[in-house]
Ligand binder design. Structure first.
Ligand SMILES: O=c1ccn([C@@H]2O[C@H](COP(=O)(O)O)[C@@H](O)[C@H]2O)c(=O)[nH]1
Length: 267
């Protein structure tokens, strides 16, 4: 999906919500466990229930890889089931030497047909640019992450006065364009968003960390929104595990709708 279609979808739905599909077999309702593919059945019901309130879905690949070939099958069925109106994110956090990155890109963009993949910047330009060579596909580079460990390296100050994450964002912004490169910034780091917007005013940002991790949607909007909206705000556990009963999909829809309504007030 290209940038203008993504923006159209956001305006049409009055939503920039991304629903995370971190489907944990230990957490899904008991009655689904008797089915042949409980993970896919859960995802299918979550997608049916939430698709009117969100513009994107983000399966975290770990939750599928953990089940081996069967997990990859559930992932493929899920990605094929997501409506083409919705932007898809493989939250895989890949990146390696160039030829290896190229094969990761083929796996997620060609075999699985995702629109985008999250990539770790640590190995530098030659590890990221192979992903950017795929027409119509996106890299979502880890900028400033939502977890406590973001303090360990990302916030360290360099001799030029920049923090590591600022250097990562400004340096990498030359590798791609606003049409194929987005950044992850945690909602728990909303205080850094205004400064990040100075570096990359036009780029889309994928913002995880609202809901279960406690980030504030209001602050994200206040400091992170640009003229094209420029935000995809993810919530996973707060939506998909809102309720463990057989009516889990209805509860997920209610949670997604609540967030969509908060977003609509700003669109
Ligand atoms: O900085 C980051 C990068 C990725 N994530 C991922 O987003 C979701 C968040 O799930 P919640 O249940 O809404 O907390 C999950 O897949 C993380 O791996 C992140 O949280 N922070």
């Amino acid at each position: 999906m290209n940038r203008s279609t993504l923006i159209e979808q956001i305006k049409e739905k009055k939503s920039f919500l991304c629903v995370g599909l971190d489907t944990d077999i230990r957490k899904i309702p008991q009655h689904l466990l008797d089915l042949d593919d409980p993970i896919f059945e859960f995802n299918k019901q979550i997608i049916d229930a939430t698709k009117d309130y969100c513009v994107a879905y983000k399966p975290n690949i770990a939750f599928y890889e953990a089940h081996g070939p069967k997990g990859w099958e559930s992932l493929k069925k899920t990605i094929d089931y997501i409506p083409s109106t919705h932007f898809t994110i493989a939250d895989a956090k890949r990146g390696d030497i160039g030829n290896t990155s190229g094969l990761y890109a083929r796996a997620f963009f060609e075999e699985m047909n995702f629109d985008s993949i999250t990539v770790a910047p640590y190995m530098g330009a030659d590890s990221v640019t192979p992903f950017l060579e795929f027409e119509g596909k996106w890299v979502i580079l880890l900028g400033l992450t939502s977890n406590p460990g973001a303090e360990d390296f990302q916030q360290l100050e360099l001799v030029n006065g920049n923090k590591v994450y600022q250097e990562v964002i400004s340096g990498s912004s030359k590798w791609g364009t606003k049409d194929n490169l987005m950044y992850v910034v945690g909602a728990t780091r909303a205080e850094a968003l205004a400064d990040i917007r100075e570096i990359i005013p036009d780029s889309f940002l994928l913002i995880p960390g609202v809901g279960a991790q406690g980030g504030s949607l209001e602050d994200v909007i206040k400091y992170g929104m640009n003229d094209d909206i420029g935000l995809l705000v993810n919530s996973t556990r707060g939506i998909i595990y809102a309720d463990m009963s057989p009516s889990f999909a209805e509860s997920a829809a209610n949670e997604a709708k609540k967030i969509q309504q908060q977003m609509a007030a700003f669109l």
